[in-house]
Ligand binder design. Structure first.
Ligand code: PTJ
Length: 244
């Protein structure tokens, strides 16, 4: 039981979701380690959606609205925000596709079931009948009617090689990654440097009220490299305040 008045109750609740997901065979063991790295960056960011993150969330919503998108779902994302991802999927007409780094057929099935239990009508990725060029092992196996043919892919907590390979295929890649220096964030067309469970509902809400014309303006004005630089300046200011 997490005490509700604990100052970091939300962070502890996320840990519980991951541990439960690991016990249920949804999260990989490596996923627990990856989450710890994310927590460190979140701590440095102040565990809140910073102003540049909110700007990037708006840009991600614009890209999802304008594109023909698919959402890539791994073990961590499925454990942390299944309902939120289903709602995002419905809002933007973006199918969910299970796409794993540590690929196993059994875990793909479990994640797909978990998404369906949380309201997903259709889950892609079970066939894995296409490949992203240039990626070794199972990391590049995708659905021919999903990630492979989408022009826009949302990738929460990705590995950098795959993000780069998707960009090289000409796709608009939207990343959600707490590390502004990761290869994923650097390679992404729109890097949302925010915690997944905070970011996904914000992207969805932006999309609900957005018109196509506004979306074109928002995306046209967005500069992902400058946005990441602003996140780093935010972190530096925060560290300076803590040190003084
Ligand atoms: O389920 P699988 O097999 O596909 O594996 C998923 C993991 C996450 C293990 C795999 O993709 C992986 O190894 O990822 P990396 O390379 O460790 O990158 C994960 C990135 O996500 C890191 O930059 C973390 O800082 C970041 N991160 C971790 N937790 C969160 C996060 N970003 C946003 N929200 C989080 N909750």
């Amino acid at each position: 039981m997490i005490p509700g008045d604990h100052p970091r109750a939300e962070s502890l609740a996320r840990r519980e979701l991951l541990v439960r997901g690991w016990r249920e065979g949804i999260v990989s063991t490596q996923g627990l380690v990856a989450h710890g790295r994310g927590e460190t960056f979140d701590y440095l960011l102040g565990e809140e959606s910073t102003p540049p993150a909110q700007e990037a969330e708006m840009a991600a919503a614009a890209a999802l609205l304008l594109g023909d998108p698919v959402v890539s779902v791994n073990g961590n994302a499925a454990a942390l925000a299944p309902g939120e991802l289903v709602e995002l999927s419905g809002t933007f007409g973006a199918p969910l596709e299970v796409n794993l780094f540590h690929r196993s057929e059994e875990r793909i099935e479990r994640i797909a079931d978990h998404l369906r239990e949380n309201g997903a009508r259709e889950v892609l990725g079970l066939d894995g009948d296409a490949e992203i060029p240039g990626l070794s092992h199972g990391r590049g196996i995708v659905d021919g009617e999903g990630i492979y043919s989408a022009d826009t892919v949302l990738v929460p907590l990705e590995d950098g090689d795959r993000t780069r390979a998707l960009v090289d295929m000409g796709k608009t890649v939207l990343a959600i990654d707490l590390n502004p220096m990761s290869r994923t964030s650097v390679a992404a067309s729109v890097a949302v440097v925010d915690e997944l469970t905070r970011a996904v509902p914000k992207v969805t809400n932006h999309g609900k009220g957005m018109k196509r014309r506004e979306a074109r303006r928002v995306l046209g004005e967005f500069d992902s490299a400058e946005n990441r630089a602003e996140v780093l300046r935010h972190m530096r200011r925060r560290l300076g305040e803590l040190a003084d």
